[in-house]
Every structure is written in structure tokens, then in C-alpha cells.
Design a protein around this ligand. Structure first.
Ligand code: P71
Length: 461
């Protein structure tokens, strides 16, 4: 087997990065309250906090910026963007938003429609989606297959819905109380894990049987389609675009944080298959929330960059290299004995910190301890996806226990080389080999909402 898939691009512009000395990293982390979100990016060498808006644009995207039409209404750039989104999705109606949560805040309240006691069911809600479900006055229920939580055992589609549980949930809550089913592809929170077309078809059948709207939360829809091409029988000869189209054919609404598979630094998408009434409501509501419906909070140049980026993300050579980078980092960690969510998903390697630091209780945030140690070791900034992120029960105020304590090593698109990934792997293996020295954290300052962004911590004595 080849060691790796060399990138199908060469480097034309560089952004210098540097590793500050270890004693400075220790000081920087202390100043940041042991919360990597609070670090200055200049103090970070390799930044794996997120793949959202952190990738590199192509020469064609940079060139497209120059032809951005900044007209407030009816911008030519909107029509370029709309044409591409319609072509990829086959949907009738397209509205831009400033990013994923912008699209969520416009669409989700329309689906709830002011009714009491409504629910959304998802394979797994992403945090911002859950937040907007709750802001819209509804409840968010996750319904992913059990295999998703077993990080060691191979399953090709760990993002799949548990179809039996889904139908039971609908019967239990009654179909009138379900505002929508949200299929998150790929399933970010549990490892960028893909969903199969077979599973999506099963969800669609249930949604149709009960007359429920099916929404795709598709920040990484192209990565999902690539996994289908690789792993699902009968799809090997199809293009990513053809598979993506099959995904969209099975849903009614597409919400996208275009900062991921849009290969852009900012942007979001609302696309509606054919529900004109819903489109009219969203178009009305977006004006006070995001802006006029032909710009939705974006500059004309952003729309141009997106129109190009959306197409580039469907290129099989681009995607083969992209997914291989994650595979490479995952393999290196596994060879070094580091436990990870296996197989790796599309945008990140998720390290299983419950297994690395079983001596740290969930309330002292074992995955945060590993993230901080990796930063000290090599200036690499990961992000915690575990109990620190999850927070407290809103009713009792008690710390909730996350089913998984993960460190996410998120790989920006077209940005780092395999050599950078070696630095990351070596750092994680070093931390793993010294895992008994890891200590947990207590709060120094805990904000009441979305605490993980701004909290300050201190090491447990
Ligand atoms: C990610 C993010 C962005 C993020 C969020 C919180 C802290 C740091 C970074 C955003 C998503 C997503 C899915 C499936 C909707 C959004 C919101 N992910 N759905 O994974 O993954 O999109 O950020 O553009 O508003 O780092 P938005």
C-alpha cells in the first residue's frame, strides 16, 4: 500500500507559522485558563481546533473574489451561487446565510411554527443545531446506532440512524409533535462518521410514512458522498456529485455551514426542494436576521468564492487526498497505541480519552487534560468534545456526563502537509506514553451558557 496520497495541488502562497518555546507555551496556556479556545493563534503552531472556515482557497477562488458584485439587491454573484447550488442539489429554492447557524436560526423556527411541545430527531444534533432547536422552543433528540459509541469496533457507517428507535420515538411522541428529522452528514460529534444511502432511504421511508419533513444538515455532505463511493456496495463507479445528488433527492431541506465542504472561509446555505410556502416564510424571516435574501449576510465576493469552492469539493482527486490525510493521522496514532474512534471519519481524528485517562473523572474533563498536554508538547491545538463541551443539566445544574470523552484533531482543508501530521502524531504518542502524569481540571470561571468558549480552568491539586 502507498504510504500516502500526494496532494493534487502545489503551493503558491505561504503563511508562516512558528513554534514558540515550551516555557512560553506553558505560560500562554496558563494565561488562557487552560482553555485552548482562549489561546492567541500566534501562540499555536499547528491549529487543529476546527475545519470550519480554516481551509485554503484555490487560485480560482481568489480570482473569483475580484468579480464579486456588491449590489445590495439582485447581485450577479448571488445568481452565480444559486446556479451552482441548484445544480448540485436539484432543489428549487436557494438562500445564502452568513454561516451554518445563520441558516439554522432562519429555518428551524419556521418548522416549529410556534407550536408547543415540538421535537426534532437527529442521528446526532451538532451543538449549534441543538441550540437553535431549543431557542425555537423545541426539544432535540439524538437517535444514532449503538455501534457509534464503541470506538474500537469497525462499522462502515457509524453515523447511521437507528431506524427501529426512530420509529418508536415518532410513535411515542406522535408524528404531529415532530417538527422535523435532521440527518447530519457526516455525523460530526461522534467522529465525522458517514451515513449510508441505504440508511438515508430508510429514514426517508419513515419520514414519508408519518408525513415528517426531512432536513439534511450537510456541512460535510461531499465527504459523506465520498465514503459512500468507497464503502457502500454499488457506488464505486459513481461520481461524488452523482452520489451527493442521490442524498439530496431523499430530503426536503438542505442546511449547510459552507465553511466546510464549501471550501470557503465564511458562508452558509439554505436550499429547499419544492415547498414554496416554506421558502416564502424563510425569505421574509431572513431579512431581519441575516440580510436581504440575495446576500444573506455575505459579501458578493464570498458568494463567488463559494460558487467555485462548492464545485472543487466534489473533485475526486481533491477528496481522495483530503480523506487520506485523516486516514494517515489515524493510522499513525493507532500504530503508536493511541485509542481513537475507528474507522476515522472525514474531517478529524477523534482520540478516545476515556481510555487514555481513566484516572480522571468526567467532571474533571479527561479529554481537556489530553488537549492541553498536546499543546504543551508541540504547540498543536486540538479541541475537547466531551463533558466540558456538554455542560450542565439546565434544570438541576448538575454536570452532565458525556457518553464519550474525545479529543478532536480537526484537519483544515488543503492547509497542512503530511509532515505536519507527523508532528501531531508524535506529540499525541508522547502524551499517551506519559498518560499517568495527566491531571484533571476544575473551574476558575464558568460562564452560564456555551461555557467552553470562554471558561477558565485550573489544574486539580
Ligand atoms: C466544527 C463546527 C464549528 C465550530 C462550532 C463550535 C466551536 C468551534 C467550531 C459547525 C457546524 C457543524 C454542523 C454539522 C452546523 C454547524 C454550524 N461546526 N452543523 O465542527 O459541524 O455551522 O459554524 O458555520 O455556524 O468545528 P457554523
Amino acid at each position: 500500500m502507498k504510504k500516502y496520497v500526494a496532494p493534487p495541488f502545489r503551493i503558491k502562497m505561504v503563511e508562516p507559522i512558528r513554534l514558540i518555546p515550551k516555557e512560553d507555551r506553558i505560560k500562554a496556556l496558563e494565561k488562557a485558563g487552560y482553555n485552548p479556545f482562549q489561546l492567541r493563534s500566534e501562540d499555536v503552531y499547528i491549529d487543529l481546533l476546527t475545519d470550519s472556515g480554516t481551509g485554503s482557497m484555490s487560485q480560482y477562488q481568489w480570482a473569483a473574489l475580484m468579480i464579486g458584485d456588491e449590489s445590495y439587491a439582485g447581485s450577479k454573484s448571488f445568481y452565480n451561487f444559486e446556479k451552482v447550488v441548484k445544480d448540485i442539489t436539484g432543489y428549487e429554492y436557494v438562500i445564502p446565510a452568513h454561516q451554518g447557524r445563520g441558516a439554522e436560526q432562519v429555518v428551524l423556527p419556521q418548522l416549529v411554527d410556534g407550536k408547543e411541545g415540538m421535537h426534532f430527531i437527529s442521528n446526532m444534533h451538532f451543538d449549534t443545531t441543538r441550540a437553535h432547536v431549543e431557542i425555537a422552543g423545541a426539544r432535540a433528540i439524538d437517535c444514532v446506532i449503538e455501534e457509534c459509541f464503541d470506538t474500537e469496533t469497525y462499522h462502515p457507517f457509524k453515523g447511521n440512524f437507528d431506524l427501529i428507535k426512530l420509529e418508536e420515538l415518532i410513535k411515542d411522541k406522535t408524528a404531529e409533535k415532530i417538527a422535523g428529522i435532521i440527518m447530519t452528514i457526516t455525523n460530526n460529534s461522534a467522529g465525522g462518521q458517514p451515513v449510508s444511502l441505504e440508511n438515508l432511504r430508510g429514514v426517508k421511508k419513515i419520514a414519508d410514512a408519518y408525513g415528517i419533513t426531512l432536513v439534511i444538515d450537510g456541512a460535510r455532505y461531499a465527504e459523506n458522498a465520498f465514503f459512500i463511493k468507497e464503502r457502500e456496495e454499488g457506488y464505486q463507479d459513481k461520481t461524488i456529485k452523482e452520489i451527493a445528488k442521490e442524498q439530496f433527492d431523499l430530503a426536503d431541506i438542505f442546511l449547510m455551514s459552507a465553511k466546510k465542504d464549501g471550501l470557503s472561509n465564511i458562508g452558509g446555505i439554505i436550499a429547499i426542494k419544492k415547498d414554496e410556502e416554506l421558502f416564502t416564510k424563510c425569505r421574509t424571516y431572513i431579512v431581519p436576521m441575516e440580510g436581504f435574501p440575495t446576500y444573506g449576510g455575505l459579501a458578493g465576493r464570498d458568494l463567488e468564492a463559494l460558487a467555485v469552492g462548492l464545485e472543487e469539493a466534489l473533485d475526486v482527486d481533491y477528496m481522495t487526498h483530503r480523506i487520506d490525510q485523516i486516514r494517515y493521522l489515524g493510522d499513525r496514532l493507532r500504530e503508536g497505541g493511541v485509542p481513537i474512534q475507528y474507522p476515522v471519519g472525514g474531517h478529524a481524528v477523534f482520540v478516545d480519552c476515556k481510555k487514555i485517562a481513566p484516572h480522571i473523572p468526567f467532571g474533571q474533563f479527561p479529554a481537556q487534560a489530553v488537549c492541553n498536554a498536546v499543546y504543551i508538547e508541540a504547540g498543536v491545538r486540538p479541541v475537547e468534545i466531551g463533558s466540558f463541551l456538554l455542560g450542565r443539566d439546565p434544570d438541576t445544574g448538575e454536570q452532565l456526563e458525556s457518553p464519550m470523552e474525545l479529543m478532536r484533531l480537526t484537519i483544515p482543508r488543503r492547509t497542512y502537509t503530511y509532515a505536519h501530521l507527523d508532528v501531531v502524531a508524535d506529540a499525541c504518542i508522547e502524551v499517551y506514553n506519559n498518560r499517568e502524569k495527566l491531571v484533571g481540571f476544575d473551574f476558575d470561571f464558568e460562564p452560564p451558557v456555551l461555557r467552553h468558549f470562554t471558561a477558565k480552568l485550573k489544574p486539580v491539586k
